[in-house]
Design a protein around this ligand. Structure first.
Ligand SMILES: Cc1cc2nc3c(=O)[nH]c(=O)nc-3n(C[C@H](O)[C@H](O)[C@H](O)COP(=O)(O)OP(=O)(O)OC[C@H]3O[C@@H](n4cnc5c(N)ncnc54)[C@H](O)[C@@H]3O)c2cc1C
Length: 398
């Protein structure tokens, strides 16, 4: 494994760093600093800037609009985005359905959907999970019956992230109820404005509206919107989940998170009046966290070196997911601990026109909601228990 960057890679890093510094919208930075909830338009603003530069889909092949970067360049790019704490490019179009369409889709599907995913014109959501079908996804029951050149879809999806904004959704549906669970599933692209679709909010512990229930009642979907063969959707589903898992470790963002934690620990004091960062118990927790993150970073770099040598991500992506999400959660726990009682009265947003000010320092406002929100990371993308099962089977052979 070669960990040093070449002069060309260092020049690339500087180019990315300068681009972000010169082009990242200051109004987004302001909202992030104040801990304000980001609107659809906020996400799209940065998306469009990266699109105009040709950098919005780092992992896509060049022929479909990717920048043609090496694995190391992609790594540097994600490091620089995290370092500058930019808003996330949402994964549902770029990292999930896009690769499914350019790998399994027809020429017409590629021409119709890929350019609009890149430009941000279409916002996508993921309709996989159902009540009773999460970890055991293959037991899903949403039914699609073929009637002429359409499917008629009935059922319910749940936990559908940001479906309230979505123009399109990619859905797993059962097209053959008599086949073995994995064999009777198809992958459909559904226009979220179709009659019969109802999106209902689920408000989470942090008070936010991030996830939804999606109900489908006699929704008419043209057969041409099915990706790959009928009843072979599980192949697309598995391919997509592997893409979902890589990148979920979030090493670069966690590094930035620990930097921020240290800044807070320099400002807050313990019971003896000394900065928290000088308190040996708190300091020890930060050091433990940093050691674990460094170990994770090297595991990620090893995976990267493997990828550069032509080996795809294997079961180590499960390891990256478990350790990465545990670290993300521990950071939010320590920020909460450091913010202390100022983190208790948290607000998502003041009503418009309010002249109230939040209590305590700015970093405390989001400490509790972020702590609650980040519990999700060990559940989504395949829960950490399921990842442990994968490691037990494929790595340890038990
Ligand atoms: C914030 C958030 C956003 C999400 N966004 C989306 C989305 O956009 N689209 C989408 O389709 N889904 C989404 N999901 C759903 C997510 O994929 C599922 O929650 C996840 O797969 C777990 O399924 P479940 O919730 O049904 O839990 P269950 O599968 O019922 O699991 C319950 C518990 O049992 C454990 N468990 C289950 N089976 C086993 C086993 N075999 N061995 C050991 N332990 C086991 C699990 O780890 C978990 O702790 C989202 C979830 C969250 C929390």
């Amino acid at each position: 494994m070669d960990l040093s960057f070449s002069p060309e890679e260092l020049a690339f890093r500087d180019e990315v760093r300068t681009f972000i510094a010169e082009n990242y919208p200051p109004e987004l930075r302001g909202k992030q600093d104040m801990g304000e909830e980001l609107a659809k338009e906020d996400y799209l603003k940065w998306h469009r800037i990266l699109y105009a530069k040709g950098w919005v889909a780092p992992s896509w092949p060049k022929e479909y609009g990717g920048p043609g970067w090496t694995a190391t360049q992609r790594y540097i790019f994600s490091e620089e985005l995290a370092r500058a704490d930019t808003v996330m490019i949402l994964p549902f179009g770029i990292n999930m359905v896009g690769p499914v369409i350019y790998t399994f889709g027809t020429l017409e599907q590629k021409a119709r959907f890929l350019p609009r995913i890149l430009s941000g014109e279409d916002w996508w959501c993921q309709g996989y999970s159902e009540p009773g079908a999460g970890s055991d996804l293959a037991s899903l029951r949403t039914r699609a019956e073929r009637v002429g050149d359409h499917y008629i879809v009935n059922g319910q999806k749940t936990w559908t992230t940001l479906a309230q904004h979505a123009d399109w959704g990619f859905f797993l549906v059962r097209t053959d109820p008599t086949a073995k669970p994995q064999e009777g599933i198809s992958f459909l692209l559904i226009d979220m404005k179709s009659p019969g679709i109802t999106v209902r909010p689920i408000i989470t512990l942090d008070g936010g509206h991030e996830v939804n229930e999606v109900w489908l009642e006699n929704v008419k979907v043209p057969v041409e919107n099915r990706v790959y063969e009928e009843n072979k959707g599980w192949t697309c589903a598995k391919f997509l989940l592997a893409h979902e898992r890589t990148g979920i470790a979030g090493v670069a963002r966690s590094k930035r998170g620990i930097e921020r934690l240290k800044e807070i620990a320099r400002l807050e004091v313990d019971g003896d009046g000394r900065p928290l960062i000088a308190n040996p118990f708190f300091r020890r927790k930060i050091v433990d966290l940093e050691c674990d993150l460094t170990a994770l970073e090297f595991t990620e770099l090893r995976t990267l070196a493997g990828e550069a040598a032509g080996r795809g991500p294997g079961p180590e992506s499960s390891l990256l997911k478990i350790k990465g999400t545990e670290i993300q959660q521990r950071i939010t726990e320590l920020v909460l601990e450091a913010a202390g009682h100022y983190a208790a009265p948290y607000f998502r947003a003041f009503p418009e026109g309010s002249n109230e000010y939040p209590i305590g320092p700015a970093y405390a406002h989001r400490a509790a909601p972020t702590y609650f929100n980040m519990r999700k990371t060990s559940i989504y993308g395949g829960s950490n228990e399921i990842q442990r099962n994968i490691i037990a089977k494929l790595v340890l052979g038990i």
